[in-house]
Design a protein around this ligand. Structure first.
Ligand SMILES: [Zn+2]
Length: 884
C-alpha cells in the first residue's frame, strides 16, 4: 500500500472514528527481483526442481518434514548410482526451508500481505480500562491495487472479460441478464463517468470490484479458530469464468475478530458491552475502508493498466456488489437486526406493501432529523455506524448488497424454513409416532430414486444441523416427490413455486420473460406459504431471509444473474484460502503461516501460468522425464469409469446443441452376432427392431417400418456393445468449464456397484417443438455400434416412457409411464444416439405406497409404473423442460 494512500485513509478514519489508530504495519511481501538469464525455470535451477517443488508444495501439500524426507530419499538415490560421491549430488535443496526460499524468490504473482495493528483510542473511562480498549487487533491485507493490476494483466481471462457494460438480447428479442456488465447498474455507473463526454474519465474502462466476506470456522480436534477473510473479484470477468477459474476470486484481507466481551466487565456494566459492540462494528468498517483505500484515487482519476488482451487501458475503479449473508449484511449496512438492510419494511411485516429502498442520503437525513431511539425503533437504524461505503465515490451499501442464493434461499428458506416446517407439520398433524414413521418413509423415498450424474446419495439419518449448502442443494432435487402424498397439495405447490424461483435465480443467464416468471413464482410462494400458518406451524412469516427474495427481481436487473455473485463462490474459496493453509500450519499463530502458504501457492500458480504461456512446459523435459507432467490435462471421463460428470474446457458454437457419443471402450464377452446377442441380453424382439431401424435408414421417407423381419434388410455384420455414452452440452448454470460446457455419462451396464443400471434419456422426437413437447423418455437397454453399408452407426436399444398431456398440478413436473404394446409388453425400438439429448432423471410416483424397508434404488425403474420427469435434478433440466 502506498504511503500516500495510507496516510489519506488514515486521516479519513481518524476524522470520523476517533477510536481507532494504527500502531504499526509490517510488510510480509518483500518481492525480490531477478533476471531470467535464459533459464525460464528461475528461481528454480531446472525443470526437475520446479516440477518436484510443484508436486510437493501445490499438489500433495506436503509438510516440511515430508519435503525433507523426499529430499533425503532423492539424495540417497542419486548417491547410490553415482560413482564419485564427492561431486555435486544434483539435488537442488538440502532442506525444506531452502525449497521454501526458492518459492519465495519467484518474481511473478502473489501480492504480499501487510499487517496493520489497530487499537481503541477514544475517550477512556475512569478506573480500570476494559481489556478490549487495551488490545491491539491485526488486520492482514494485500494491496488491492496490485492484486487487480496483476489480475488485469493476466492473459488467463482473455476472452472471458467484458471491457464495457452492454445490453444483451436473445433471438426472441428479450433482454438477457447474465454477467455483472450486462446489468443496468454497470451501465448506469459507466454513464456517469466513462461515457459522459465532459469528464476526464471519458472513454476509460469501468472496472467494478465485487467483494464478499464470510466468516469461517476451522475446526480441529483440539478446538476451533475463527477467520474472517474478505475476497474480491474483477466485475468484468464473466460469471462462468469467475466460478470456473481458480483465480477469479482472491483473498485480499483477513479482518480481525475481537473476542467476545470479557464476561466480568459485561456483567458489571451493560453500557460497556454496548461500547464494545460499537467498537467492533467500527473496527469492521474501518478495516474494510483500509482494504479498499488504495483503489480510491482511481475511482475518480483513470489509471493506465494492462488488460487481459495485452493492451493498455485507462481504467476507472468502482465498488461493486458485496456478497454477504444476512447477519453480515446487518453489520455492513448499520441496520438493526431483524430489519431489512435494503428497505425500510417493518420487521413485523417485512413483505407488506409500502416499503421504500434505503440509501445513504435517506439515512443521513433521518439521522439529522430524529433522535437515536426513534431511529432504532421506527427505522431500524443505528445512529453511530458509518458504513465503509460512505468513503468511496458513488458507492451505497444498501444498493450494493448482492442477493445471496446460498445463505438466503438454499440454506435459509429451503433448509431452515420449508424442510423444518414440513417436518413440524407432520408432527402436529399425526403425533410423534406416526410422524416419525412417515419421516422414515420420506427418507426411504429419497434413497430410492434412480442414480443420476451429479446426484449425490444421502447417507442414513438426517442430521440437518451438520448439513452443508451442497447437502441442501442435493435435497432440493428430490424433496418434492418424496413428500407428495404426505402433505396438503397446497404445501407441495408452495414449495414447488419457491423452488422454481430459486432455480431461475440460479441460472447463469436470465431473460426478461424468465425474470417475470421468477416474480410470479415469488408471488405464488408468498400467497401459498400462509398454509404454514393455517396448519399451525407458524405464527408469522415475516422473516428477513424470505423477505430477501423480494429484492432479487430488482437486483437481477441491476447486477445480472446472482449465479455470478453467490456466496457459494466465496464459500468454495475457504478451502484454498483458509482450510488447506490451516491444515498445513502448526496451529501456533496460524494466521501468519497461513498467509505465507497462500502467498507461496499463488506464486507457484503464477509461475506455472507463466511457464505455460511461454511454452516451457510443452518441451520434452530432461531425459527420462515423464511426458505430460505438469500440464493441465483435462479430465477425460473415459479414464474415470466411476465418474459420472466432468467439466469440459473450451466453448460451444451453438449453445442449444447436444453431442452424444458412445464410450470409446467396447465391452468384450458379448456375442457379436445379432441373434446370439439378442438371446444373451434376453430381448428376443431385438433382431426385428434392429432390422426396422435399418429399413428406416434405407427408406428415410417412410414413417413406418414393416412389422415383419422378412420385409426388412438383413444384417450379417458384427455388433459391438458399449456400457455407456457421453453427452456433452452447454450448461453454464451447472458445474461446467469456464466456457459453460459440461459432460455426463449415461450408463447401460449389467454391473454398477453390483447391480445392473439402465439409465433413462431424453429422446428428441419432434424438433419443431420445444421443451417436453419435443421429447419422450427412453430407457437404454443396450448401447451398441456396427458398420452397415460402409457407414458407422452408434445406436441404443430402448424402452419408451411416454408423457401425459399435462404436468402434475402440485409438483409441476411432467408425468411419464412405460409404454406397453397390445400384448402388455414394453415397447422396444432401436434409435440412433444422435437423437438422444442427454440423461433424464425419473422419480417414482409413490402415491400412498410405502417404500419397502430393504428396497434398493437400482430396482426403482422396474418397481414403479409412473414417474415424474425430474426438472429439479439440475439447472439445465429446469431450463430445458421447466415451466417458463
Ligand atoms: Zn427489504
Amino acid at each position: 500500500m502506498s504511503e500516500q494512500a495510507l496516510s489519506s485513509a488514515s486521516q479519513v478514519l481518524e476524522a470520523r472514528f476517533p477510536i481507532i489508530v494504527y500502531v504499526t504495519n509490517q510488510d510480509l511481501s518483500q518481492l525480490p527481483t531477478s533476471e531470467s538469464h535464459g533459464n525460464p525455470w528461475l528461481p528454480f535451477g531446472d525443470r526437475l526442481a520446479y516440477e518436484w517443488a510443484r508436486y510437493h508444495y501445490v499438489k500433495l501439500q506436503s509438510s516440511a518434514a515430508d519435503i525433507q524426507q523426499g529430499l533425503d530419499l532423492w539424495r540417497a538415490t542419486v548417491m547410490m548410482y553415482q560413482a564419485d560421491h564427492d561431486s555435486c549430488d544434483g539435488v537442488p535443496w538440502k532442506s525444506a526451508a531452502e525449497m521454501y526460499g526458492t518459492i519465495d524468490a519467484i518474481p511473478v504473482g502473489g501480492v504480499g500481505w501487510t499487517t496493520y495493528r489497530l487499537s481503541y483510542s477514544g475517550p477512556q473511562p475512569t478506573g480500570t480500562l476494559p481489556q478490549w480498549m487495551q488490545e491491539t487487533y491485526e488486520l492482514n491485507v494485500r494491496d488491492v491495487l496490485s492484486v487487480f493490476e496483476e489480475q488485469l494483466a493476466s492473459k488467463e481471462f482473455d476472452g472471458e472479460f467484458e471491457y464495457m457494460p452492454y445490453e444483451e438480447y436473445n433471438e426472441k428479442g428479450s433482454r438477457v441478464y447474465s454477467n455483472l456488465m450486462s446489468g443496468i447498474w454497470a451501465f448506469r455507473e459507466a454513464l456517469q463517468d466513462t461515457i459522459s463526454q465532459d469528464k476526464k474519465t471519458h472513454g476509460a474502462m469501468f472496472v467494478p470490484i465485487i467483494a464478499g466476506s464470510d466468516k469461517t470456522t476451522v475446526s480441529v480436534a483440539t478446538g476451533h479458530q475463527e477467520y474472517h477473510p474478505v475476497y474480491a473479484s474483477l466485475g468484468n470477468i464473466t460469471n462462468t469464468a469467475r466460478r470456473g477459474h481458480g483465480n477469479g476470486v482472491v483473498p485480499i484481507a483477513f479482518l480481525p475478530i475481537p473476542k467476545r466481551v470479557d464476561p466480568f466487565q459485561a456483567s458489571k456494566r451493560q453500557r460497556k458491552k454496548t461500547a464494545f459492540q460499537m467498537f467492533c462494528r467500527q473496527l469492521y468498517h474501518s478495516c474494510l475502508e483500509l482494504v479498499f483505500a488504495p483503489l480510491k484515487p482511481y475511482m475518480m482519476e483513470p489509471k493506465v493498466m494492462k488488460c487481459p488482451d495485452g493492451h493498455f487501458c485507462r481504467t476507472i475503479f468502482g465498488l461493486g456488489p458485496y456478497i454477504a449473508d444476512y447477519p453480515e449484511q446487518v453489520y455492513l449496512s448499520g441496520v438493526v437486526s431483524t430489519w431489512c438492510p435494503k428497505c425500510d419494511a417493518l420487521p413485523t411485516d417485512l413483505d407488506g406493501s409500502g416499503s421504500h429502498h434505503r440509501s445513504h442520503i435517506k439515512t443521513d437525513l433521518l439521522i439529522k432529523t430524529f433522535n437515536p431511539s426513534v431511529l432504532w425503533d421506527d427505522f431500524g437504524l443505528r445512529h453511530n455506524i458509518v458504513p465503509f461505503t460512505y468513503s468511496f465515490p458513488r458507492a451505497d451499501i444498501h444498493e450494493l448488497l448482492a442477493p445471496d442464493l446460498l445463505h438466503q434461499l438454499i440454506k435459509g428458506v429451503f433448509k431452515d424454513h420449508l424442510v423444518e416446517w414440513v417436518l413440524e407439520y407432520l408432527h402436529l398433524e399425526h403425533g410423534e409416532t406416526v410422524a416419525l414413521d412417515i419421516i422414515e418413509d420420506i427418507d426411504r423415498r429419497i434413497s430410492a430414486v434412480p442414480p443420476f450424474p451429479g446426484l449425490r446419495r444421502f447417507p442414513d439419518g438426517r442430521d440437518y444441523q451438520q448439513w452443508t449448502g451442497d447437502d441442501s442443494k442435493a435435497l432440493m432435487k428430490v424433496f418434492l416427490a418424496a413428500i407428495a402424498g404426505y402433505v396438503p397439495s397446497v404445501m407441495v405447490r408452495c414449495i414447488a413455486a419457491f423452488m422454481d424461483a430459486c432455480y431461475i435465480a440460479r441460472r447463469n443467464a436470465i431473460d426478461s420473460p424468465s425474470l417475470e416468471h421468477f416474480q410470479d413464482c415469488v408471488e405464488t410462494f408468498h400467497q401459498l406459504r400462509t398454509i404454514f400458518i393455517e396448519v399451525g406451524v407458524r405464527i408469522s412469516l415475516s422473516l428477513p431471509r424470505q423477505h430477501a427474495l423480494k429484492h432479487f427481481y430488482r437486483a437481477i436487473h441491476l447486477f445480472g444473474s446472482p449465479n455470478g455473485l453467490c456466496s457459494s463462490i466465496t464459500e468454495s474459496k475457504h478451502i484454498r484460502a483458509v482450510k488447506e493453509p490451516w491444515r498445513r500450519s502448526n496451529r501456533y499463530h496460524a494466521l501468519t503461516q497461513m498467509l505465507k502458504t497462500i502467498l507461496r501457492t499463488d506464486r507457484m500458480t503464477a509461475l506455472h501460468r507463466h511457464l505455460e504461456d511461454s511454452g516451457a512446459l510443452r518441451g520434452p523435459g530432461p531425459p527420462g522425464f515423464p511426458s505430460g507432467l505438469g500440464n493441465n490435462v483435462p479430465i477425460d471421463l473415459e479414464d474415470l469409469e466411476d465418474d459420472d460428470e466432468a467439466v469440459v474446457p473450451g466453448k460451444s458454437e451453438n449453445t442449444s446443441d447436444f453431442d452424444v457419443q458412445l464410450a470409446f471402450r467396447t465391452q468384450h464377452g458379448y456375442p457379436s452376432r445379432l441373434y446370439p446377442l439378442a438371446m444373451y441380453i434376453q430381448q428376443p424382439k431385438f433382431p426385428l427392431v434392429f432390422a426396422q431401424f435399418l429399413y428406416k435408414f434405407s427408406h428415410p421417407d417412410e414413417l413406418v417400418a414393416p412389422s415383419t423381419i422378412d420385409e426388412c434388410p438383413a444384417f450379417e455384420g458384427a455388433i459391438k456393445v458399449h456400457h455407456s455414452a457421453i453427452a456433452t452440452f452447454y450448461a453454464p448454470s451447472d458445474l461446467s468449464g469456464s466456457g459453460g460446457l459440461r459432460r455426463e455419462r449415461i450408463r447401460s451396464t449389467p454391473h454398477f456397484f453390483g447391480h445392473p443400471r439402465r439409465d433413462t434419456v431424453f429422446v428428441v422426437v419432434d424438433d419443431s417443438q420445444v421443451g417436453m413437447e419435443a421429447l419422450e423418455i427412453g430407457r437404454v437397454l443396450l448401447f451398441f455400434s456396427f458398420e452397415y453399408r460402409r457407414k458407422n452407426f452408434s445406436c441404443a436399444l430402448i424402452n419408451w416412457f411416454v408423457h401425459t398431456d399435462e404436468r402434475d398440478p402440485d409438483t409441476g413436473m411432467w408425468v411419464v409411464k412405460q409404454e406397453l404394446d397390445r400384448r402388455g409388453q414394453p415397447t422396444l425400438e432401436v434409435i440412433h444416439v444422435d437423437s438422444i439429448a442427454r440423461a433424464a432423471h425419473l422419480l417414482p410416483i409413490y402415491g400412498d405406497s410405502r417404500v419397502p424397508e430393504n428396497f434398493h434404488y437400482h430396482c426403482a425403474l422396474d418397481s414403479y409404473r409412473t414417474f415424474f420427469v425430474n426438472h429439479y435434478v439440475d439447472h439445465h433440466a429446469h431450463e430445458f423442460i421447466g415451466r417458463d
